[in-house]
Design a binder for this molecule. Structure first.
Ligand SMILES: [Zn+2]
Ligand SMILES: [Zn+2]
Length: 129
């Protein structure tokens, strides 16, 4: 029973990340779920986000200011607007062997990386901020 509830909650979190699509923050995911299922707590949403990220089912994108979540898990980089914090996907400029290369050079294991670009998005550019 507990297991089934956990699975249901994880499913809700997964769906919210996918529906919001545009790299939501944990708060945005929580707000989305809360609209439909008010009994689901913020702690539950946060726990499931971290769990899904650990399992590699979603990406935990570290951007300045907040962690954002992404249902796209193939290798890609992110471009963040320095004014409004909007996040878009961009191609990963790092070569496919970069993690292994870094591991080989240093003796580190379990090496991964993420790339975040910064810029001014079109909407903010028009607003002239
Ligand atoms: Zn912007
Ligand atoms: Zn992304």
């Amino acid at each position: 029973m507990v297991q089934r509830r956990n699975t249901h909650q994880r499913q809700l979190v997964m769906e919210a990340v996918e529906e919001l699509a545009d790299h939501p923050t944990a708060d945005q995911v929580y707000a989305r779920i809360h609209e439909r299922e008010p009994h689901v707590s913020r702690a539950t949403v946060y726990r499931n986000l971290n769990l899904l990220a650990e399992q590699g089912q979603i990406l935990d994108v570290k951007t300045p200011g907040a962690d954002r979540f992404d249902f796209r898990t193939d290798p890609h980089a992110h471009l963040v607007c320095r004014e409004c914090g909007a996040v878009v996907d961009v191609p990963d400029p790092t070569s496919p062997g970069a993690d292994k290369d870094a591991a080989d050079r240093t003796g580190y294991v379990d090496v991964s990386h993420y790339t975040v670009f910064s810029g001014l998005c079109p909407a903010c550019r028009i607003k002239g901020v």
